[in-house]
Design a protein around this ligand. Structure first.
Ligand SMILES: C[S@@+](CC[C@H](N)C(=O)[O-])C[C@H]1O[C@@H](n2cnc3c(N)ncnc32)[C@H](O)[C@@H]1O
Length: 197
């Protein structure tokens, strides 16, 4: 898709109200690993405060080397991270890195990593969480399926890559319509969609 067409679609067809943070807050704990998520940690505390999100449980789909899951471990008592830990068609790294990632995150005692597809996990889990993050393979179908589950099982779910992948943006818009929830978009660091009650 040409850059012009992408901009046109974003501006007119797939427009989402901007999320405009008033304050940027640096979390106490971060981990130095490769990630396209860097920078988004600054807006998380305000999102949690503004939308009155509890601090008990968070679930993340798409952990990779753990950058975002460590950010959430600052704000929730229990954080579950689901990933195949094998990469996907959109990641640079492919191949099993579950044990290495588990070792590098071992000091964050409130994080539990599970090696699973999101498809297998959501078949078995009917628990409610305070918060969810979806950052898996960036196809429409996978983002819609995982994201719909996340939105139905939380008060607030966020989605990475709403600017860099039109498929993610479309899926997020459709999930918000389908569930009747509010949708915002933070248009930096590849975009963060926010769906909230
Ligand atoms: C973009 S990376 C996640 C980046 C991470 N959130 C960060 O902070 O840097 C996407 C991850 O989703 C995982 N993934 C892709 N499809 C998946 C699926 N169906 N189930 C579980 N994990 C999946 C990949 O293994 C990869 O580690």
């Amino acid at each position: 898709m040409s850059a012009f067409r992408k901009l046109y679609l974003k501006k007119f067809l797939y427009k989402i109200p901007d999320y405009k943070p008033e304050k940027l807050i640096i979390p106490a704990q971060v981990i130095d690993v490769v990630s396209a998520w860097k920078g988004l940690e600054l807006i998380i505390p305000e999102i949690l405060q503004k939308f009155h999100i509890g601090n008990e449980t968070c679930i993340e789909f798409g952990v990779e080397f753990g950058y975002s899951v460590v950010i959430f471990s600052n704000y929730f008592k229990e954080v579950i991270g689901i990933d195949t830990f094998e990469g996907d068609i959109h990641t640079d790294h492919r191949g099993n890195h579950f044990e290495n990632t588990k070792t590098s995150l071992a000091k964050f005692e409130n994080i539990r990593l599970v090696k699973s597809t999101f498809q297998d996990w959501i078949k078995e889990d009917d628990r409610m969480y305070d918060f969810a993050h979806v950052d898996i393979v960036h196809t429409y179908e996978d983002t819609f399926e995982c994201g719909l589950w996340a939105v139905k099982h939380t008060k607030c779910a966020i989605f990475h890559d709403t600017e860099s992948f039109m498929e993610v943006r479309k899926a997020v818009i459709d999930i918000a319509r389908h569930t009747g929830k509010q949708l915002y978009n933070y248009p930096f660091q590849n975009g963060l969609g926010i769906i909230v009650e």
